[in-house]
Write a protein that binds this ligand. Structure first.
Ligand SMILES: NC(=O)c1ccc[n+]([C@@H]2O[C@H](COP(=O)([O-])OP(=O)(O)OC[C@H]3O[C@@H](n4cnc5c(N)ncnc54)[C@H](OP(=O)(O)O)[C@@H]3O)[C@@H](O)[C@H]2O)c1
Length: 310
């Protein structure tokens, strides 16, 4: 493929959001370089993207991998701290990536963040997302930040596991009153918006949020209906509901929901305060994908913390 000026680099083209971005770029006949932790020969995009290793120890190798890319789409992040990798080290890794992009003369960075990040947030995830955004803004690169709410798509983890447990158990515990709202956005909408903001030159930050804002309980009921669940929904104190979800997840040596994620959900941090830019209806999507939603448990630990080949 060589170092073509027509290339875009994407972190995670074999993973979730990055795959949607890579696919959208390929549809435009762009050349795509992926930075991923390991190759994935079985991935449908594998033959169409150039692989380079996503690692932060060798800045020279990272800069070499980015050579020839005019734009870098960064999806890199960790969902929770583990094995000595903290949110703070994830921000430091993003700084390494940004410096490598600058050395490789990447023209623009499109950084995927999250809705409602804040440097004064009590939640580590949202606070460090704000610090990562600051690193992007201070990088000297032309930048755009896309802030998604909850991203839905066939490869999502959280909604799948809600569906999986709704299929499997006779009771399902809603944390708290379940009235806190959420505004999911389709992965293809996030990808479309990422490509749109890549086009400009100005420093830009936008939310990526879907057309529907619904109470969490309504979201669970939609999923239950779509997967034909007969589970009875009951309310429980948030800590109890989360403990139960994670007890179930331990059978897969996983964590279904972190305390911070649940708090963020209850604080409605996955709701945008701007006009929705998503197009895909969550309700229609769930109804359409009910047959496959939650057919199996999807483990965050197996997907994102295992070193085994894909
Ligand atoms: N999923 C959502 O609902 C959601 C909602 C709001 C915001 N976001 C944000 O959107 C971005 C993409 O999220 P995503 O869910 O699509 O993530 P993802 O595809 O699972 O992972 C994104 C990238 O981070 C890397 N990564 C993930 N976990 C890692 C770990 N433990 N150690 C090292 N690298 C790791 C992946 O590496 P590989 O390429 O090697 O897999 C991939 O390049 C993130 O910034 C996330 O915070 C996601």
């Amino acid at each position: 493929m060589g170092s073509s000026p027509n290339a875009s680099a994407v972190t995670g083209a074999f993973s979730y959001t990055g795959a949607y971005i890579a696919r959208a770029l390929l549809e435009r006949n762009e050349q795509v370089i992926t930075l991923s932790r390991r190759p994935d020969p079985g991935h449908p995009l594998s033959a169409r993207v150039r692989f380079a290793r996503l690692q932060f120890e060798d800045a020279d190798a990272l800069a070499a991998a980015l050579k020839g890319a005019h734009t870098l789409y960064n999806t890199y992040w960790i969902r929770f701290p583990r094995r000595g990798v903290t949110f703070s080290s994830a921000v430091a890794n993003i700084r390494v990536l940004l410096r490598a992009a600058a050395r490789a003369e990447v023209r623009r960075i499109v950084h995927i963040s999250v809705s409602n990040p804040a440097e004064d947030s009590a939640l580590d995830y949202f606070r460090h997302k704000a610090l990562a955004e600051r690193a992007v803004a201070e990088s000297g690169l032309s930048f755009a930040v896309v802030r998604p709410t909850l991203i839905f798509g066939r490869e999502d983890i959280l909604l799948h596991n809600i569906a999986w447990s709704l299929r499997r158990f006779p009771l399902w515990t809603i944390p708290g009153d379940g009235r806190y709202r959420i505004q999911p956005v389709a992965a293809e909408d996030v990808a479309r918006l990422a490509l749109e903001v890549a086009a400009g030159d100005e420093g830009l930050t936008i939310d990526a949020a879907g057309t529907e804002t619904l109470p969490f309980e309504a979201l669970v009921r939609l999923i239950a209906r779509a997967v034909g669940s007969r589970a009875r929904l009951v309310h429980a104190p948030p800590a109890v509901a989360r403990a139960l979800a994670n007890l179930v997840a331990t059978t897969h040596r996983d964590i279904m929901l972190t305390r911070q994620e649940l708090t963020g959900l209850q604080q409605e941090l996955l709701v945008s305060h701007h006009r929705p830019r998503g197009r895909v209806s969550f309700t229609a999507w769930v109804a359409q994908h009910g047959h496959q939603l939650g057919a199996r448990y999807v483990s965050e630990r197996a997907r994102n913390w295992s070193t085994a080949p894909r």
